[in-house]
Design a protein around this ligand. Structure first.
Ligand code: WQD
Length: 337
């Protein structure tokens, strides 16, 4: 029996594939390589010292997806595939709804046709929108403020409705906070296509000399130093959380939701200071205006994942900064030669 990983050539997907292989799972990966990189798959195979099947297909191509299910004995699916830029989703909502929602509908229909009813879904803390309280619990109000976050919430609702219609389904909805860092080998990591939207990939590019400075988006937030506070979680901790969720969906039925974060919030200035101290790389920065859609603070209440999945993030912000820098230093141009 194999685990199908959609979007497995992406940042979180590739780290999860490595943990799955190291844990002895057989995996099959599909990815349309719109964001993911084929080289990441080569390196995962190198690190795990084992091969696995990779299909370059788009979830919207149902015929191609059916081939994957007919050629492999799929036990469960970890579903990462989806577009994930907040800014981009505001500019091109139809593209986001079609890709993220229709793609998931095609996947679920095909899973049902092949009798595969176990899924771990890559959701996001974005579904909370502007949290009324922090730390954020799983039963906090769900009010996403952008099309990307709304696609994640809509897929959560689709999966809940699927379970109501057929109690044989087993689904874990994982709400990620801010994944950063890289595998300690420095061989796989985050490789954004264009100018990085997110903080750590941008800081990495400043450190490697690709960008001259970091723009800190606003210093008048309601936080200890005025800059945005987020719950940064090491991507390997996050990957391991998926294995715990997979164990749960394989052994039970039902739908459950879990925050995957550390429960600790750090500001932008905290991260810059930690990154500089840990890596000895200077990060010049200037304060600029707020970025549209940004919120003051967001960090997770993590008891539920700890109690029901037996999972807890263990890596520190120092680990995250050091591992992120090692990936960037060893791969100045990401996966490109
Ligand atoms: C973090 C902090 C910025 C870049 C996003 C998505 C979320 C999830 C993770 C998918 C904020 C500040 C950033 C920069 C800065 N992705 N910042 N200068 O916005 O919390 O979350 O990525 O699920 O859905 O919304 O992450 O890394 O973009 O920003 O000052 O160049 O760093 O204002 O306070 P964010 P981020």
């Amino acid at each position: 029996m194999s685990i199908l990983v959609t979007g497995g050539a992406g940042y979180i997907g590739s780290h999860t594939c490595l943990e799955l292989l190291n844990a002895g799972y057989e995996i099959v990966v599909i990815d349309n390589l719109s964001n993911g990189k084929l080289e990441a798959m080569n390196r995962v195979s190198e690190l795990a010292k084992t091969d696995f099947k990779f299909y370059k297909i788009d979830l919207l191509n149902k015929k191609a997806l059916e081939t994957v299910f007919s050629e492999n004995n799929i036990e469960a699916v970890i579903h990462f595939a989806g577009l994930k830029s907040v800014n981009e989703s505001i500019e091109t909502p139809l593209h986001y709804y079609h890709n993220n929602i229709t793609g998931t509908l095609v996947l679920c229909q095909t899973m049902r046709e092949y009798g595969v009813k176990k899924m771990v879904f890559s959701s996001s803390a974005n579904v909370y929108g502007i949290p009324e309280n922090v730390p954020v619990t799983e039963d906090a109000p769900l009010k996403p403020t952008n099309p990307y976050g709304r696609t994640k919430l809509m897929v959560e609702e689709i999966l809940r409705d699927l379970y109501v219609s057929d109690n044989n389904w087993s689904v874990a909805l994982l709400r990620y906070f801010n994944p950063i860092g890289a595998h300690e080998s420095g061989r796989i990591g985050e490789d954004p296509n264009d100018i990085p939207n997110n903080l750590i990939p941008y800081i990495n590019q400043v450190a490697i000399g690709k960008r001259d400075k970091l723009n800190v988006f606003g210093k008048d937030y309601d936080t200890h130093d005025g800059t945005g506070v987020r719950d940064y979680i090491h991507v390997v901790d996050l990957a391991k959380g998926h294995l715990k969720a997979l164990e749960k969906v394989i052994s039970t039925t039902g739908v459950d939701t879990f925050n995957l974060g550390t429960g600790v919030g750090y500001s932008v200035l905290d991260v810059i200071k930690n990154y500089e101290n840990t890596t000895s790389q200077k990060i010049p920065y200037i304060f600029t205006h707020r970025r549209m859609g940004d919120i003051d603070k967001c960090y997770a209440e993590t008891t539920k994942a700890n109690k029901k999945l037996g999972w807890k993030a263990t890596k520190s912000l120092e680990d995250m900064c050091l591992d992120a820098w090692r990936w960037q230093k060893n791969n100045p141009n990401g996966y490109a030669k």
